[in-house]
Design a protein around this ligand. Structure first.
Ligand SMILES: [Fe+2]
Ligand SMILES: [Fe+2]
Length: 292
């Protein structure tokens, strides 16, 4: 590790918040403010979580043997949080499907990508997880920082996304620290090359697949061609411009000495914990299942 690397804060605790969100019918198929493109991209993202986050858990667990005590504890918190995220997004996806969306194409695409990664050595899966966890952490940061992203959304759905975002920030260093531990005997140049290559690969797939997924869902709402592309690109890159806003944070991954906790953004967690979104439905903590 470079001397400029700031490690995960020593007083960080990873606390699974076992929230349960609504299971009934969505009040509105276009739950994101009645907007086709906003609903489509969030639904497309949500479709990836149940199997995607199970893959993260499996990839990190493969390297937990011999991890230092603190990291082993963090891995437990991480895997429990991700297992609960998978459960809640599976439920959310059923609600989207019940409102008429066919998600099968999108789900099949995620499975295809994961199947390819699983043919590679386990360290590649860990590297892909580390890269995607950086992605989710910077998306989460932006989602919590700027309330405009979810301002028009269905209240319970918005609460689900904010809760997920909060825990993504809390455990953002776990896959990275597991990677640092697993590759501790590698030369620094090899470590950087693999991590940079994997990040470029997963970014390309993430942008291409989520865009294709959102366009497919927009097609199911009758919007196609240039109209669909322009609505979606405007939403992602211009206003509110989530992809544009995370671009700098994404790039920092490649800098020497990068660590997810170089930016300590726990203030966003404290603000979230104090907000109505966190207190709307108290977590039934006694039912927390330890997935590790
Ligand atoms: Fe998650
Ligand atoms: Fe995560």
């Amino acid at each position: 590790m470079s001397t400029t690397t700031l490690p995960t804060p020593s007083d960080l605790t990873i606390t699974p918040r076992d929230r349960k969100f609504q299971r009934g019918r969505l009040d509105q198929r276009l739950w994101h403010g009645g907007r086709i493109e906003a609903t489509a991209i969030y639904n497309a993202l949500s479709t990836t979580f149940p199997v995607g986050e199970a893959f993260f858990v499996e990839s990190v667990r493969a390297f937990r043997e011999g991890a230092p005590t603190k990291l082993a504890e963090e891995i437990k918190g991480f895997t429990t949080q991700e297992a609960i995220h998978s459960r809640e997004h599976a439920a959310f996806n059923r609600r989207a499907a019940d409102s008429g969306y066919d998600l099968t194409k999108l789900e099949a695409q995620v499975e295809r990508r994961l199947a390819i990664t699983r043919t590679k050595p386990p360290i590649v899966s860990l590297a892909a997880t580390m890269a995607l966890e950086h992605f989710t952490a910077i998306l989460a940061h932006e989602l919590l920082k700027d309330p405009r992203h979810l301002a028009e959304a269905d209240k319970d759905a918005a609460d689900l996304w904010l809760w997920h975002a909060c825990e993504e920030i809390e455990h953002k260093g776990v896959a990275y620290d597991t990677w640092l531990h697993a590759t501790r005997h590698w030369p620094r140049s090899k470590r950087w090359k693999v991590k940079a290559k994997v990040m470029l690969y997963v970014t390309r797939n993430f942008v291409v697949d989520r865009t294709a997924g959102a366009l497919e869902l927009m097609r199911q709402d009758g919007v196609t061609g240039l109209a669909a592309w322009s609505k979606l690109l405007w939403y992602l890159w211009i206003r509110p411009g989530m992809f544009r806003k995370i671009a700098v944070a994404w790039f920092k991954f490649f800098l020497p000495g990068f660590h997810p906790w170089n930016e300590d953004d726990r203030q966003l967690l404290r603000e979230y914990e104090a907000s109505a979104a966190a207190t709307a439905a108290p977590a039934p903590r006694k039912k927390v299942r330890n997935a590790a």
